[in-house]
Design a protein around this ligand. Structure first.
Ligand SMILES: *Cc1c(COP(=O)(O)O)cnc(C)c1O
Length: 423
């Protein structure tokens, strides 16, 4: 094995990574402690629900009495400390899952209130604040949308939130845990609990929903443990552990889960049907391994922060700051740097390592986006991936890494690419 010959990595970059790994050891130790607790929590839920081989059998057709599917819902509910869950391969992405929750719960005349600023890009068309009228957005169905911009510090604007909750009857408040394509800090599950308490103190009947994408298993508990009514996310992110081939989950209060199930399948049918095909085994296996995989991804993010800080870039979070999702944002400053960074990450992938990513107009996104992804599951971002919209200040968002060792290699190539650009 010759890193220089095989991957073009110079002695300097190799040494830089070694130095950084030494420096980040205390951060790694904390990450391992959280992974351990989450792993045991997952194993207790598997044991309590008597997960066995029979749960992996596929069902077809209507999929009535799918024991594996129904038990998987219970396992998720236990892990996320709530009444019920809906874990389905028929939820095709994070956006679809979020959309299912919003359309499942909201009715004409209801008010949807985002208390953590502008939501994730792909939700804009779902809500109806982007895209054409008449597409079937929430707005088309008479759901009013209000947003409280974040303060310049990245904190929720509590006085504005209070004012709106007192003025209007808000049906559902949405809280986004991860920064997404933003620059604010990601909120901890505990902090989300504080936001939920604040909302409930003023307006006890308002439902609090959390977009939990990228947050699962990074903290010791999830927002549902701190009072959130309903949370959801994608299975090709954290909780699928890189094994689940597709899917989404929704977890929370049983009455709300039923409404979401009515929206996903059909009113009256809900959770009772939907063949699992061969999905269950990979969903269980992915969930089992997820706490460990998430810890690898978080370690990779810490290492990336340390390295790119030393190379002179601003990062969010910094290597030694607390983390509540798997994302590392690196302010790369120029489109060339962003593209070189993504090209490097791509080279460290197990699949499609020979291709060079190019910016393109992705459905659901307002700016062109560049994406490095050499994943076993297309678009999976618990697998090492990097992306960013082609807009100032050209932030590269790095996430994932099924194994720490493979992510480290991708990061070394990315760092080398950037250094080479400087000439
Ligand atoms: C990824 C993500 C989504 C959307 O998920 P997709 O699977 O890409 O549709 C929504 N919100 C947040 C915070 C995300 O990270």
């Amino acid at each position: 094995m010759d890193l220089t010959k095989d991957f073009g990595i110079s002695r300097e970059i190799y040494e830089l990574f070694k130095e950084c790994e030494e420096q980040v050891k205390p951060a790694f130790k904390k990450i391992e402690e959280i992974a351990e607790k989450n792993q045991w929590k997952v194993m207790k839920a598997f044991a309590d629900n008597r997960v066995s081989e029979s749960h992996f059998a596929p069902t077809y057709g209507y999929g009535y009495d799918d024991l594996g599917r129904d038990t998987l819902d219970k396992v998720y509910a236990d892990i996320f400390d709530c009444e019920d869950a809906l874990v389905r391969h028929q939820l095709i992405s994070g956006t679809h899952t979020l959309s299912t929750v919003l359309f499942g719960i909201l009715r004409p005349g209801d008010i949807l209130f985002s208390v953590t600023g502008r939501p994730y890009d792909t939700l804009e068309e779902v809500i109806g604040i982007a895209g054409e009228d008449g597409n079937g957005s929430l707005k088309d169905f008479g759901v009013e949308y209000i947003e409280a911009a974040l303060l310049p510090t990245g904190e929720p604007d509590y006085s504005e939130i209070e004012k709106i909750l007192k003025e209007k009857k808000v049906k559902l408040v949405t809280i986004q845990r991860s920064k997404g394509y933003g620059t604010r800090p990601t909120y901890s599950a505990e902090k989300i609990g504080e936001i939920v308490s604040f909302v409930k103190n003023i307006s006890p009947d308002t439902i609090c929903m959390v977009d939990n994408c990228y947050g699962e298993f990074v903290d010791e508990k999830e927002p549902t443990s701190y009072g959130a009514d309903i949370i959801c996310g994608s299975l090709i992110k954290n909780p699928g552990g890189g094994i689940a081939p597709t899917g989404g989950y929704i977890a929370g209060k049983a009455d709300l889960i039923e409404k979401c199930a009515y929206r996903l399948t059909s009113v009256g049918i809900g959770k009772e049907a939907g063949a699992s095909l061969g999905f269950n085994k990979s969903a269980y296996q992915g969930l089992f391994i997820a706490p460990h995989v998430v810890s690898c991804a978080v370690k990779s993010a810490v290492l990336a922060a340390c390295v790119f800080e030393k190379l002179g870039f601003e990062t969010e979070p910094k290597w030694n700051e607390e983390r509540h999702d798997i994302i590392e944002a690196i302010k790369l400053g120029t489109p060339e740097n962003l593209c070189a960074f993504c090209a490097g990450v791509q080279k460290g992938a197990p699949v499609d390592s020979f291709v060079t990513p190019e910016p393109w107009a992705m459905p659901g996104y307002q700016d062109e986006v560049i994406m490095a992804a050499g994943a076993f599951n297309q678009g999976s971002s618990i697998e090492l991936s990097a992306d960013g919209p082609l807009r100032e200040p050209y932030i590269g968002y790095l996430q994932g890494g099924i194994t720490y060792e493979s992510a480290k290699l991708g990061l070394m190539v990315a760092a080398q690419n950037i250094v080479d650009l400087r000439g």
